[in-house]
Design a protein around this ligand. Structure first.
Ligand code: GAR
Length: 207
């Protein structure tokens, strides 16, 4: 079984959308994949209760208990590795990860970011899109690399910015699209990784 580990910080609505899609589309039968664990660095993350109610292992690792970012990331990696994950999914995970952590999961670590990257990396993306007079906003699923919100783009969803929009109203419109896009992108990643691992080894090059 290909294990998916999802990291969250709060509500976990994208995580819930992935869990529901996996159930409704029967990823276990069709893709040999399942959401194996949900991990948060915040013990009060609402999404942990949802995961537990679905029978998914849910773990809180309080980042405040660790002396450094590297110490926390090492413990996080140990918890993730216990699941032997095919894919690690950041879903509203609001912590910067150390380069060592990112390198450990290179090619199998993805994130969803609430803007049309490469525009508006970082925080407050919706307010910044409104302030800039953007007519369109959206969200991006991308591979995670050592540079913040800059890895290769896997998918994007676009919504209009409407007159009178606030950061909250725009965020809600974008989030609805995130819930459609992220499960699709996760499944596509699993299928791409499976195709890569099934591919015959390349013959050695001459010379
Ligand atoms: C989502 O909008 C996601 O794109 C964003 O946080 C929200 C989490 O919602 N992620 C980031 O800003 C990452 N930099 P959720 O917890 O309900 O899925």
């Amino acid at each position: 079984m290909k294990n998916i580990v999802i990291l969250i910080s709060g509500a976990g609505s994208n995580m819930a959308a992935i869990v529901r899609a996996a159930q409704q589309e029967d990823w276990a039968q069709r893709d040999g994949a399942r959401v194996a664990a949900v991990i948060s660095h915040r013990p009060d993350a609402a999404g942990l209760a949802f995961a537990r109610a679905q029978g998914i292992a849910a773990l809180a690792l309080d980042h405040r208990a660790y002396a450094s970012r590297a110490a926390f990331d090492a413990e996080l990696a140990a918890a993730i590795d216990r699941q032997q994950p095919a894919l690690v999914v950041l879903a509203g995970f609001m912590r910067i990860l150390t380069p060592g952590f990112v390198a450990r999961y290179a090619g199998r670590l993805i994130n969803i970011h609430p803007s049309l990257l490469p525009a508006f990396t970082g925080r407050h993306t919706h307010q910044r899109a409104i302030d800039a007079g953007c007519r369109f906003a959206g969200a991006t699923v991308h591979q995670v690399t050592a540079d913040l919100d800059a890895g290769p783009i896997l998918d994007q969803a676009v919504v209009p910015v409407l007159p009178g929009d606030t950061a909250d109203s725009l965020a809600a419109r974008v989030l609805t699209q995130e819930h459609l896009m992220y499960p699709r992108a996760v499944r596509a990643c699993l299928q791409r990784l499976a195709a890569l691992s099934d591919a015959p080894p390349k013959p050695p090059t001459a010379g």
